[in-house]
Design a protein around this ligand. Structure first.
Ligand SMILES: C[S@@+](CC[C@H](N)C(=O)[O-])C[C@H]1O[C@@H](n2cnc3c(N)ncnc32)[C@H](O)[C@@H]1O
Length: 222
């Protein structure tokens, strides 16, 4: 990947003024939009895979995994765990398959929409030991707050699914806003600037090579 990516441009310089109000509303009112049939089908296949691999094994989630590069690294680093990578783009997942070959046995890559899959996982009483959100789309326009994961109505379910959430982003505002949303929900979080020598994902590599500052938020429920 080339190192000529532009930094995130936004008219929003800090935390969105409506953030706390939006997060409060989502914490109070459960999101009830029906789950799409294709996501339900994808979840059922994944459930069968998980049972086959051993339901008791710790589960890690790589949401918006793109080509699944990071999912593969996590699966290799944690052979005792099961790793699930989710992405809505068949093109990106296919590109990963062509570049990296078949997934290791403890990795399941699925084409699906994250918000539906998270809700299905929760309904099925799944819990995730570590949930990675690596370079999610920033949605930098102020009017797009509700498309960012912390401004999305699924945010309470995202939090309920895992005690540990790791976000990486090249937009400092996204990390700070996620930290503020976690604080509204009573969850502590730390943010640090990272300078990874070995990039975990394609976008991390691209942004690093383009000279962007990279941010990591880690939230562990106490
Ligand atoms: C900026 S890319 C980052 C990909 C990868 N994590 C990386 O760092 O290289 C964001 C990815 O999230 C996926 N994505 C965005 N919204 C999604 C959603 N609601 N459900 C599933 N995947 C989604 C996109 O298809 C895309 O591959």
């Amino acid at each position: 990947m080339s190192g000529n990516s532009r930094p995130v441009a936004s008219s929003q310089a800090g935390i969105h003024p409506s953030l706390a109000q939006v997060v409060h509303r989502h914490l109070l009112h459960r999101w009830r939009q029906p789950v799409a049939q294709h996501n339900l089908d994808a979840f059922r296949l994944c459930d069968t895979w998980r049972r086959h691999q051993g339901f008791a094994r710790p589960l890690m989630l790589d949401s918006g995994c793109g080509t699944g590069r990071s999912s593969r690294v996590l699966a290799m680093q944690h052979p005792e765990a099961l790793v699930i990578g989710i992405d809505q783009s068949a093109v990106r997942l296919q590109r990963g398959l062509e570049r990296f070959g078949a997934a290791p046995a403890n990795l399941y890559l699925m084409r699906a929409e994250c918000a539906d899959i998270w809700r299905l996982m929760l309904e099925a009483d799944w819990s995730v030991v570590r949930h990675f959100l690596l370079y999610p789309n920033p949605w930098p326009k102020p009017g797009h707050l509700q498309r960012r994961w912390h401004g999305h109505p699924v945010f309470p379910q995202l939090l309920a699914l895992s005690d540990v959430v790791e976000l990486r982003t090249n937009w400092q505002v996204y990390a700070e806003e996620m930290g503020a949303a976690l604080s509204v929900a009573g969850r502590p979080a730390g943010i640090e600037r990272i300078r990874p020598e070995a990039a975990l994902t394609d976008f991390e590599e691209k942004y690093r090579d383009s000279g962007h500052a990279l941010w990591r938020l880690l939230s562990c429920r106490v």
